[in-house]
Design a protein around this ligand. Structure first.
Ligand code: PA5
Length: 442
C-alpha cells in the first residue's frame, strides 16, 4: 500500500548499504517482535494494530459519539506524545483549518502543550459561549503543562455546568494503575481510557491517547487501525524488500557517511503536524549518547522560497525524506486567459496537481544535484487507512533504526533535565537545594 523509493539516494550510498545491514536489521526485528532488546518493556505498540483492546475501542467510539452530540468544542489537554499524534491525524486526514470547516461535530482545541498565557486565554475565549468537554491526556499524570491547563479548564467547566455535569464532560486518558491524574479521575468518576503500560508517549497515537480526539474529529478510526494493521503485517516480515528495513538502513548508511540532518518534506499544508509528530518520534527515540540524525521538517513548495536556498547550497549536512500523496481530493483546472499578460497560457487546461507534481520532480532532481540524497514514501492519499499505514511505517522503521544505532529506542532521559530545573525554580517541595544552586547561577 505504501511505496518506498531509494533510487535518488543510491548515488550517495555505498553499494552494500542494505546487504551489510541485513543481520543487524533482523536482530532489531527480533528485538521488536519479542521485546528482548534495550527498552523492550515498551514495545507494546508493535502488535497494537492487531491486539488492541476491542472493548475499550468500542467505549472510545461511544464516547466520541456522545461528545460529537453534546459538545461544540473539545479541549484536548496533553503535551508531546500525549498531543502530537492526535493533532497530526486530525489535520492530515481533515484539514489544518478543521475548526473552520467541520460540519457535524465539535471544534478541537489543543491546550496544555506549552505555557503560553495568551494561547490559553484565546482558547478560553473561543469556547466560552459554547457547549464543551475536556479530554485530558497524561500517561504519568504529573506533567506540569497539561496538569496546570487541566486545573484551569476543569474549574471553568465546573463553573459553567456545576460539578456533577462537569464530571460527565471530562474524559481522562492515563495510566491504568498509577499517577496523579489516575487518582483524580478515580476520585471524581471521570470516564477513563488507558495508555497501555508497554506503549511510550511517542508510540501512543493508535491507543486511546490519539483515538478519542481523532474520532471526535470525525475521522474513521476503524479505517485508521485497519491501515496500521495492513502495514504491520507487511513490515514485521523480514526481507530486503521490506520498505521499513530499506528506510532504516538507508538513513543509517547516510548517517554513517556523514549526514547529520534528515528533513521530512511534505507538499500538503495538512501534513505540517505529521512532521511535528515525526520529529518527536525520531528525535526522542534516537537523540542520545551524542548520536543520531537531527530530524527537521519543511513544507514545500512554500519553504522552497525560504529553506530551499540552504538545502540547495548550504552546508551539505542533510538528506530528505519526501512523503507524497498520490491523489488529491479534488481538481483545479488552470483557466485560459485571452490576454495572457501573466504568460501562463502554457498551463491553461492543466490541473494544479500536475503543476505540483512537476514542482516536486524538479525539486527532487535539483536537490540531488546539490548533494542531498532523497528518499521517498508514497501513500495513496490522505484518507484514514493510508495515514494509519504511514504512522505504522514510521514507528516501525524508527524502532529498527534505534537498534541499528545501538541506543535504547524507548527511553527519554534527556527530557528530565529541563523538568528538574523547572520544578526547582518553581519551588516544588523536595527541590530546595537544586533551587538554591540554580538561582546562584542565574
Ligand atoms: O514521548 C514521551 O514520552 C513524551 O513526549 C511524553 O508523551 C510527554 O512528556 C507527556 O507525558 P505524559 O503523557 O506523561 O504527560
Amino acid at each position: 500500500m505504501l511505496k518506498f523509493d531509494t533510487s535518488n539516494a543510491v548515488p550517495f550510498l555505498p553499494e552494500n548499504w542494505l546487504t551489510s545491514r541485513l543481520d543487524a536489521l533482523d536482530s532489531a526485528r527480533v528485538k521488536l517482535e519479542n521485546g528482548s532488546g534495550l527498552g523492550g518493556d515498551y514495545t507494546g505498540w508493535v502488535h497494537l494494530p492487531r491486539d488492541y483492546d476491542k472493548e475499550e475501542f468500542a467505549r472510545i467510539q461511544a464516547a466520541a459519539e456522545r461528545i460529537r452530540k453534546d459538545s461544540q468544542a473539545l479541549v484536548v489537554i496533553g503535551i508531546g506524545g500525549s498531543y502530537l499524534g492526535a493533532r497530526a491525524v486530525v489535520e492530515l486526514v481533515n484539514s489544518p483549518n478543521f475548526n473552520l470547516t467541520h460540519k457535524n461535530g465539535p471544534a478541537i482545541y489543543f491546550a496544555g502543550n506549552g505555557l503560553s498565557t495568551d494561547a490559553m486565554l484565546e482558547v478560553i475565549d473561543l469556547i466560552k459561549d459554547k457547549d464543551w468537554s475536556i479530554n485530558v491526556i497524561s500517561k504519568s499524570g504529573t506533567t506540569t503543562e497539561p496538569a496546570v491547563a487541566f486545573r484551569i479548564f476543569k474549574n471553568l467547566l465546573e463553573e459553567k455546568y456545576g460539578k456533577e455535569e462537569a464530571r460527565k464532560r471530562i474524559y481522562a486518558t492515563t495510566d491504568a494503575h498509577k499517577g496523579a491524574l489516575k487518582g483524580l479521575a478515580d476520585a471524581e468518576g471521570y470516564e477513563e481510557f488507558v495508555v497501555p503500560d508497554a506503549v511510550g508517549g511517542r508510540y501512543s497515537v493508535l491507543t486511546a491517547v490519539g483515538l478519542l480526539p481523532i474520532a471526535c474529529a470525525g475521522v474513521d478510526i476503524v479505517e485508521l487501525m485497519a491501515g496500521a494493521e495492513e502495514a504491520m503485517t507487511a513490515l514485521t516480515a523480514p526481507g530486503q524488500d521490506n520498505p521499513a528495513w530499506q528506510y532504516a538502513a538507508a538513513r543509517h548508511a547516510l548517517y554513517t557517511a556523514g549526514k547529520k540532518v534528515e528533513i521530512l518534506v511534505g507538499y500538503e499544508p495538512s501534513f505540517r503536524f505529521f512532521g511535528e509528530w515525526w520529529k518527536q518520534l525520531f528525535g526522542e527515540t534516537e537523540g542520545k549518547e551524542g548520536k543520531a540524525l537531527f530530524p527537521a521538517s519543511v513544507e514545500f513548495t512554500a519553504d522552497l522560497h525560504s529553506m530551499g536556498q540552504y538545502i540547495q547550497q548550504g552546508e551539505r549536512l542533510m538528506l530528505e525524506t519526501v512523503v507524497r500523496f498520490e491523489k488529491s481530493r479534488g481538481s483545479m483546472e488552470i483557466p485560459h486567459d485571452p490576454d495572457n499578460v501573466d504568460g501562463l497560457n502554457f498551463l491553461a487546461g492543466k490541473d494544479l496537481s500536475f503543476v505540483a507534481e512537476q514542482a516536486m520532480r524538479g525539486t527532487l532532481l535539483a536537490h540531488v544535484d546539490g548533494g542531498v540524497p532523497n528518499l521517498m514514501v508514497t501513500a495513496p492519499g490522505r484518507d484514514a487507512r493510508s495515514v494509519g499505514a504511514l504512522i505504522y511505517f514510521f514507528e516501525y522503521a524508527c524502532g529498527l533504526s534505534g537498534y541499528l544505532l545501538e541506543i535504547n529506542p524507548f527511553d527519554q532521559p534527556g527530557v528530565e533535565a529541563y523538568k528538574n530545573n523547572m520544578y526547582a525554580l518553581l519551588g516544588k517541595p523536595g527541590y530546595e537545594d537544586k533551587k538554591a544552586e540554580l538561582e546562584a547561577r542565574l
